[in-house]
Every structure is written in structure tokens, then in C-alpha cells.
Design a protein around this ligand. Structure first.
Ligand SMILES: Cc1ncc(C[n+]2csc(CCOP(=O)(O)OP(=O)(O)O)c2C)c(N)n1
Length: 315
């Protein structure tokens, strides 16, 4: 949790220093994202879990073993960024080796895209499960409804863990003005799904609830809709300033205090861990300053289009 927080704060500094174009990320979702990353059955192919995540997925990927360097290279649009070759922006990851599908900028489309891997996993023995993450405001989109409908059809249920990280905001639109339902997870009840809402700022509760839900989806091969209440510590993104927001629960701080109180950590140890990651992130970003962005000739790489003519109709 500390590592991913320090990384995000470095990405914000990089943006504010004019060394990247944009920041959006997962500060405030660590107590949910890290347990998720620890519990995923990580690998490539349908026997392993598939992840269709949104742009606040850094905690999950750090917990899965992503190097800080990957995230910084993506933010700084360096050609060596393994997710997109420097073409996409902050937190838009893609890791085929871990079944991490590309993060999309149009919000919530991942909820319908995830149905594809869930359907494929429902058709093979010992398949993994599909996990989809996203925000509360995006649940107003039709893609979210599609995931509820398609994953719960009687006799054709899908091994899909549908998760919503509810930070009570959609950019500047407050949750309180947008919902008739009591909880977002309640919407799954109409589809006969297992549903739950929990405190996503408590890493222990998150771990236990995620473990239980993943076990359910894995064994029963049925969907589950899970809502984790989280924080948004630096506002929506750099578009809203990326400044610290007072009054939000900071899961790294509260969990740190809990560990201190329980005698499992010391102030010195906390500083040592933070300083180590901070130094590492700083060193990586300084080294990346000297690295090139993508070459113009690579513009059409990875596109479904005829390279010679540049015309997709001839593909
Ligand atoms: C289809 C679509 N509509 C609108 C936007 C603009 N937009 C980007 S993020 C966002 C808010 C999303 O809020 P939420 O789903 O709660 O996720 P959060 O950012 O709070 O984690 C919106 C409206 C978009 N990217 N895609």
C-alpha cells in the first residue's frame, strides 16, 4: 500500500513538473486494490483470472508485481513503456502475461468487454474467473446494466466478479444527487446475484470480503456484485488539480496507525519503507527523463489497418 501510494504521489509530482501530460490514479483505493492484486490467480490464458480494470488500478498491479518503472514510463510517454509503448496516458495499463486487458478511457465499457472472457471461461473446465473494476458514476452507463443481464441468465451464469469502487464522486458530480437505490450492490439482487458492500478503506475487511467473493465465483461459476466504499484523495485527476482533498479517509495512514498501536510497526520502520520507495521512484523518473518517446514511424503499430496503404478498408 505504501509503495503504490508513493508511486502515485511521484506521478503527480512528475505531472506538476511538466514532465508528463496528465495524471489520474488510485490514491485512496489502496486498501481495496492491494488485496485484490494479492488474491488474483495471475497468469496468461483462460485457466487464470482475467482483469478488466479502470484507470485507478495501480494498487492492484503493484500488488501483482508490476515494477514502478513501468508505471512511470507510461506516465512520461516513454517508448519503453510495456503497456502502450508510450502512446496512452497514466494508469492505462495492459499486461497480456497476466490477462490484464487494456484500460479504456471511455468509462465503464470494461463491464461489457469483461463478458467475453467470462463467457470463454464458463465453457472450459477449471477456468479462472473474470474480474471487472470501475467507478460508481459509471454504473449509470448501459455497459454496467449489460454486465448484470448477461452474467446472470439462468442456466448460463458467468464466473464474473463485478466490482464497483464507490468514492462518491463522478468528476464533480456527487453520488448523493444521482442514485435512487440505497446501495449500488442492491442492483444485483434483482438479478439473483450474491451482492455485498463493504469498507474498502479497511484492507483486512477488503481482503476477507474479496477472498470470500472470489471463492464463491470460482466454485459456483456464478456472478457476484461487490461494492467497496473508497476515497478519492487527490481529486478526480490532474484535470481537477490533483491536490490533496481534506476530510477523506486515508487508508494508508489509518492502517499505519493501527499497526503502530498493535506494536507491529514503528515510526522508524514507516519512514524507512516510505523513504526507500520514494528514493527508488525519484531515481527511476530521473533516468527516464533521458529516454525517448515513441518514434513517429511506429504510429500505426498495433492498429488493425493495412500498413502499406494506411487504409483500414484494405486490411
Ligand atoms: C463514456 C464516457 N463518458 C464520460 C467520460 C468522462 N469521464 C471520465 S472519468 C468520469 C467520471 C467517472 O466517475 P466514476 O465512474 O465514479 O469513477 P471515478 O473516476 O470516480 O473513479 C467521466 C464522466 C468518459 N471518459 N467516458
Amino acid at each position: 500500500m505504501v509503495k503504490t501510494r508513493i508511486l502515485e504521489e511521484r506521478l503527480i509530482r512528475i505531472y506538476k513538473a511538466g514532465q508528463s501530460y496528465f495524471w489520474i490514479g488510485g490514491a485512496g483505493e489502496e486498501a481495496f486494490g492491494v488485496p485484490l492484486g494479492l488474491l488474483v490467480h495471475k497468469g496468461m490464458g483462460l485457466k487464470y483470472d482475467w482483469l478488466h480494470m479502470h484507470y485507478r488500478a495501480t494498487p492492484t498491479l503493484i500488488a501483482m508485481g508490476m515494477e514502478m518503472r513501468d508505471s512511470i514510463a507510461l506516465t512520461m510517454n516513454r517508448a519503453s513503456d510495456p503497456s502502450t509503448g508510450g502512446r496512452n496516458f497514466c494508469n492505462h495499463y495492459c499486461y497480456p502475461k497476466w490477462n490484464v486487458a487494456p484500460v479504456t478511457s471511455p468509462i465503464e465499457v470494461q463491464y461489457s468487454i469483461a463478458l467475453g472472457t467470462a463467457i470463454a471461461q464458463s465453457r472450459i473446465p477449471d477456468g479462472g474467473i473474470t474480474i471487472v473494476t470501475g467507478g460508481d458514476a459509471g454504473t449509470a452507463e448501459g455497459d454496467f446494466a449489460s454486465s448484470l443481464v448477461w452474467s446472470s441468465r439462468k442456466g448460463a451464469e458467468l464466473p464474473l466478479l463485478i466490482t464497483v469502487q464507490n468514492n462518491l464522486w463522478g468528476i464533480s458530480t456527487s453520488y448523493s444527487t444521482q442514485h435512487g437505490e440505497e446501495k449500488i450492490s442492491d442492483r444485483g439482487k434483482a438479478f439473483g446475484m450474491k451482492t455485498l458492500t463493504f469498507d474498502g478503506n479497511n484492507p483486512i475487511e477488503s481482503y476477507i470480503k474479496l477472498q470470500e467473493s472470489m471463492e464463491y465465483v470460482r466454485k459456483k461459476r456464478k456472478p457476484c456484485l461487490l461494492e467497496a466504499m473508497v476515497s478519492r484523495l487527490y481529486g478526480h485527476s490532474s484535470a481537477s488539480g490533483a491536490n490533496w482533498v481534506e476530510g477523506e479517509v486515508d487508508c494508508v495512514q489509518t492502517f499505519g496507525e493501527r499497526l503502530l498501536k498493535g506494536g507491529l510497526l514503528t515510526e522508524n520502520k514507516i519512514s524507512e519503507i516510505s523513504n526507500r520507495y520514494d528514493e527508488e521512484a525519484k531515481r527511476i523518473s530521473q533516468n527516464l527523463l533521458a529516454e525517448p518517446g515513441p518514434e513517429p514511424e511506429t504510429l500505426w503499430d498495433h492498429f488493425y489497418l493495412n500498413r502499406e496503404s494506411g487504409n483500414w478498408r484494405e486490411f
